[in-house]
Ligand binder design. Structure first.
Ligand code: HEC
Length: 209
C-alpha cells in the first residue's frame, strides 16, 4: 500500500514538472513589451517575419531548416543542383564543404561566420532574441552584428515569430503529439489497473488472500 502511494506521488510529480511547471525550461531575464510578446507568440506573423528576415538578415545569416541561405550562397549557381540531389535542406557537412569560400568571406568581414539561426529560438529564447536583434551592442558588447532593426520593435517581434515557427513544430503537429502523450498515459493507467486486479485474483487463487 505504501509502495503504491509512493509511486503514484512520484508519477504525479514527474508529469507536473514535465508538463505544467518545467523547472528545466530556460527562464527569461529579458523583457518584452506585452504587445510585442503577443506578436511573437502568434504564428500568423511568421510569414511576414520571414519576408522581413530576407530583407534585413539574409545578407549574413542562414536558416538552414527553412532552406534559406546567406545571399551570396543563395545566388550561387551550384545551389539548385545540390538541392536537387540532397533535398532543399542541405546536409550540414555538404553545405559547409561546398560553400566554404562564401562562409570564409563572411568570416573575414565579421570575425566569425554569422551563426545559422534555425534553432536560435530554442537555444536563446524569445526575450534574448528580441532584445539582441533590437540592440545587439547592448546585449553583446563588442559584437560585429550590425544594429539593423534599431527603432523597429514591431518588425523585430515579427522576425522572432518567424524564428519561432522554424524552430518549433507547427500547431497541428504539437496538438497531435499532446494527444499521443495523453493516450500513452491513459493506456499505462488502464494496464496498471488491470494488472492490479489480476494480481488480486491470482493471490486469491493460490490462497494467499
Ligand atoms: C551584416 C551582417 C549581419 C546582418 C545583416 C545580421 N546579422 Fe546577426 N549576426 C552577425 C554576426 C557577425 C553575428 C555573430 C556576432 C557575435 O557572436 O559577436 C550575428 C549574431 C546573431 C545572433 C546570435 C547572437 C548570439 O547571442 O550569439 C542572432 C540571433 C542574430 N545575429 C540575428 C540576426 C537577425 C534576426 C538579423 C536581421 C534582423 C541579423 N542578425 C542581421 C551578422 C549579421
Amino acid at each position: 500500500m505504501i509502495k503504491t502511494i509512493f509511486f503514484t506521488v512520484l508519477t504525479v510529480v514527474f508529469f507536473y514538472i514535465i508538463w505544467i511547471n518545467n523547472i528545466f525550461a530556460p527562464h527569461e531575464k529579458y523583457e518584452i513589451p506585452k504587445e510585442h510578446e503577443k506578436i511573437i507568440m502568434d504564428v500568423k506573423y511568421a510569414k511576414e517575419g520571414r519576408e522581413l528576415f530576407i530583407q534585413n538578415c539574409a545578407a549574413c545569416h542562414s536558416v538552414r531548416y527553412d532552406a534559406l541561405y546567406p545571399l551570396s550562397i543563395q545566388s550561387n549557381p551550384t545551389l539548385p543542383s545540390l538541392q536537387e540531389k540532397y533535398g532543399k535542406v542541405l546536409p550540414n557537412d555538404i553545405y559547409q564543404a561546398v560553400f566554404m569560400n562564401d562562409l570564409n568571406a563572411l568570416k573575414e568581414s565579421f570575425g566569425k561566420v554569422p551563426p545559422d539561426l534555425s534553432t536560435s529560438y530554442l537555444v536563446k529564447g524569445p526575450g534574448y532574441l528580441y532584445n539582441f536583434i533590437l540592440n545587439p551592442q547592448e546585449i553583446l558588447p563588442g559584437t560585429t552584428m550590425p544594429a539593423v532593426m534599431t527603432g523597429r520593435p514591431e518588425e523585430t517581434a515579427k522576425i522572432v515569430a518567424y524564428l519561432k515557427s522554424v524552430a518549433e513544430p507547427p500547431p497541428e503537429e504539437k496538438a497531435k503529439r499532446k494527444l499521443m502523450g495523453v493516450i500513452t498515459i491513459g493506456y499505462l493507467i488502464v494496464m496498471g489497473v488491470l494488472i492490479w486486479l489480476w494480481r488480486g485474483r491470482l493471490l486469491k487463487r493460490i490462497g494467499l488472500h
